[in-house]
Design a protein around this ligand. Structure first.
Ligand SMILES: [Cu+2]
Length: 159
C-alpha cells in the first residue's frame, strides 16, 4: 500500500507531463483490422526516458479470438519493473496513474493504450532511451501466451 502511494507520488510529475501537454491520442486515426484469431499488437511506440527513470509504452492490443484474454505479466529487458497502468482522476483537476485493476482484453475487440489512458509503464530504466532507439516489451497473456513487441522510441505526435 505504502509502495503504491509512493509510486503514485513519484509519478505525479511524469503524469503531468503525460496528460497535460495537449497530446491527442496519437494513433486515433489509424484503423486496425482484427486478426482472425489470437492476439496481435499494432502501433507500438515509447516515449524517451532517462536511465533509472520511467517512461511509457503505448500500443493497440487486437484480440481476434472470441474469448476475453487477460494480461498475466509484463516485462522488458530495458526496465527493472514493468507494469500496466491506468490513468485516473485524483480530484481537483489532478490526474494520477496506478496499476490497472482490470487487465482484460475482450474478444473480437481492440484495446488502445495511449497518452492519457492505459499504458505500459517502464520503471528503473537500465539505459537512457532516445528518439530512434527501440525498446522490447514482453506481454504474457493467459490464453494467447507471450507476445513480444518492439516499440520505436519517439516523441508524441502533436496535432
Ligand atoms: Cu504509468
Amino acid at each position: 500500500m505504502i509502495h503504491r502511494i509512493l509510486s503514485v507520488i513519484m509519478f505525479v510529475t511524469l503524469l503531468i507531463l503525460l496528460s497535460c501537454n495537449g497530446d491527442k491520442p496519437d494513433t486515433e486515426a489509424i484503423e486496425y483490422i482484427l486478426p482472425d484469431s489470437g492476439i496481435s499488437i499494432e502501433g507500438a511506440w515509447a516515449r524517451p526516458g532517462r536511465a533509472n527513470g520511467v517512461t511509457a509504452v503505448y500500443l493497440h492490443v487486437l484480440n481476434g479470438s472470441a474469448k476475453t484474454d487477460t494480461l498475466i505479466s509484463l516485462s522488458s529487458p530495458a526496465a527493472g519493473l514493468t507494469e500496466l497502468h491506468e490513468t485516473f482522476e485524483r480530484g481537483e483537476g489532478m490526474m494520477g496513474m496506478r496499476e490497472a485493476e482490470e487487465p482484460w482484453f475482450p474478444g473480437r475487440s481492440i484495446v488502445a493504450m495511449q497518452p492519457g489512458g492505459l499504458h505500459i509503464m517502464l520503471m528503473q530504466l537500465r539505459t537512457e532511451l532516445l528518439e530512434g532507439d527501440q525498446v522490447e516489451v514482453n506481454l504474457n497473456f493467459a490464453i494467447a501466451g507471450e507476445v513480444t513487441v518492439t516499440a520505436p522510441v519517439r516523441e508524441p505526435v502533436s496535432r
